[in-house]
Design a protein around this ligand. Structure first.
Ligand code: SAM
Length: 392
C-alpha cells in the first residue's frame, strides 16, 4: 500500500465533523497531498450479468483495467466467471481478492442471488470481499473496522438478508467473529467511505457508470465541503502505472497551514436541495458550509426538492440535479439572486469543467519548483485547460 505524501496533511478531530485531514503547512494549488492504494476493491457489476453481457468481459477482475481483446483474457480455472488481463493478475488474485474461499462463495452466491436486484448482488460482493480481507490481510481488516460507520448507519433489512446469505454460503468456521452486527457495521463502512472508480468514458445517455468501488485508509478521513479545496484523480486505465487504482488528491487552490482539506462527495454542480438530501440520507449529516449557508436563502429550493438521481453515489460523480455553468456563473439567477448573493460564482467559472455532461472539477497540474502550473486538469474527463486567471 503506497503511503500518504509525508507530513503535509494529518488527521485531527474537528468538533461536529469527527476525524478530518488538516494541512500541516501552507499548501499550493496543484500540490499532491495524498497518493495511496486501496485496501479493498470490488466490482460494481452485479454477480449475474445481464443476458446480453454474459459472454463479454469489460475489465480485469484484479486490476480493473479495461480488457482490450478476448485473446488477452485469462479466466479463473475454477469458476470461469472472473477474467484477468494477465497471468500475473490471475495469480495475484488467487492469493488475495479471488482466493479459493472467495471463488467458492461467489459461485454459491450466483445461484442464491439470481432473483435479487443488482444493488444487492453488489453489496453481497462487498461483504465477501470484506470478510476475505479478514482472512488474507488481518491488518487491512483492522483498518476497515476503524473507519466511520456503525451498525445503524446501514439498512437493517439489507444487513439481515446479506448476513444470512453469507453464512449459508460460507463455512462459518473460516470466518472467526462473523455476526449480524459485524456484517451491518461493514456495510455501513462501505456506504460512508467507499469511493467509486468511474468508467472513463461518458455513455451515449450522457452518464458515466461506476466500474468498481474502493476503500482507502487515509482518504476515508476527508470530510465533505460543497466548495472543496482539493479533488481526487484516478487513472484506472493507465498502462504505465502498476498502481492504477491509486487515489491521488490534489489541491485546487492554495490553502494556509491549519486549514481542513475537504473533497466534494459528488459533482460540485449539484443544487442545494439535492446536496442536502444526499448528504443526510447517505452520510448522515446536514451540511452548513459557506456555500450552503448562501444557497439556503435562495427562494427556489422547494422546487427541486425530491428530484434525486438514481446513480449509486459514494464520494463519487453523478448527474443529479445539476446547476449548469451558466446558472452557476450568471449575473442574474432565475429567482432574482445576483452574483452578490453568490460569492462562490468565481469557483465555478474557474474550477468547473465546461465540457458537456462532464460535471468534473479542475485542479492545476502539480507545481514545478516555485511556480504554479497554468494548466488545469479535469478530474472526470481528463481535459486540460489553460488557466485564464494565471495567464492574465
Ligand atoms: C468518509 S467519512 C469522513 C471522516 C469522518 N469524519 C471520520 O471521523 O472518520 C464521512 C463521514 O464524515 C462526516 N462528515 C463528512 N463531512 C462532514 C461535514 N461537512 N460536516 C459534518 N460531518 C461530516 C459524516 O459523519 C460522514 O458520514
Amino acid at each position: 500500500m503506497a503511503a500518504a505524501v509525508e507530513g503535509v496533511i494529518r488527521v485531527e478531530e474537528v468538533a461536529g465533523r469527527g476525524r478530518a485531514l488538516v494541512a500541516t503547512q501552507p499548501l499550493r494549488a496543484g500540490e499532491i497531498v495524498l497518493r495511496e492504494s486501496p485496501i479493498l476493491v470490488y466490482s460494481a457489476l452485479p454477480l449475474i450479468k445481464p443476458q446480453q453481457h454474459q459472454n463479454s468481459s469489460y475489465y480485469c477482475d484484479y486490476c480493473f483495467r479495461t480488457l482490450s481483446s478476448a485473446s488477452s483474457v485469462f479466466s479463473c480455472p475454477c469458476c470461469s466467471a472472473l477474467h484477468f488481463c494477465s497471468q500475473r493478475c490471475l495469480s495475484v488474485a488467487q492469493s488475495s481478492s479471488h482466493s479459493p474461499w472467495v471463488c467458492q462463495a461467489l459461485c454459491r452466491l450466483r445461484d442464491s442471488l439470481s432473483l435479487q436486484p443488482p444493488e444487492r448482488q453488489v453489496q453481497a460482493q462487498f461483504l465477501v470481499a470484506a470478510y476475505n480481507i479478514a482472512l488474507v490481510s488481518p491488518a487491512h481488516f483492522q483498518i476497515l473496522l476503524s473507519l466511520q460507520g456503525r451498525v445503524f448507519d446501514c439498512d437493517a433489512g439489507d444487513a439481515q438478508f446479506l448476513h444470512s446469505l453469507i453464512c449459508s454460503v460460507c463455512p462459518p468456521t473460516q470466518l472467526p467473529g462473523v455476526s449480524l452486527e459485524l456484517s451491518a457495521a461493514l456495510l455501513a463502512k462501505d456506504k460512508l467511505n467507499a469511493f467509486c472508480l468511474m468508467e472513463p468514458l461518458i455513455q451515449k445517455n450522457g452518464q458515466r457508470s461506476v466500474r468498481a468501488y474502493a476503500i482507502y485508509p487515509t482518504a476515508s478521513f476527508f470530510n465533505h465541503d460543497c466548495l472543496p479545496n482539493a479533488c481526487r484523480f484516478d487513472y484506472i486505465d493507465s498502462a504505465s502505472d502498476a498502481n492504477n487504482t491509486d487515489m491521488i488528491i490534489r489541491m485546487i487552490h492554495d490553502v494556509p497551514q491549519g486549514r481542513e482539506i475537504c473533497l466534494s462527495y459528488f459533482p460540485v454542480n449539484m443544487n442545494y436541495s439535492s446536496r442536502q438530501k444526499r448528504l443526510l440520507e447517505d452520510y448522515g449529516f446536514s451540511c452548513d458550509c459557506d456555500r450552503c449557508k448562501v444557497e439556503a436563502t435562495w427562494s427556489d429550493n422547494e422546487d427541486d426538492a425530491g428530484e434525486d438521481g438514481e446513480d449509486e453515489e459514494v464520494m463519487e460523480e453523478d448527474q443529479d440535479e445539476e446547476m449548469d455553468a451558466e446558472e452557476t456563473s450568471g449575473a442574474e439567477h432565475e429567482n432574482g439572486a445576483s452574483d452578490s448573493d453568490f460569492p462562490h460564482a468565481y469557483f465555478f467559472l474557474r474550477y468547473m469543467c465546461n465540457e458537456e455532461n462532464c460535471g468534473g472539477t479542475l485542479a492545476p497540474l502539480p507545481p514545478s519548483g516555485s511556480s504554479t502550473s497554468n494548466v488545469l486538469e479535469c478530474n472526470v474527463c481528463g481535459n486540460l485547460k489553460k488557466d485564464e486567471v494565471i495567464n492574465q
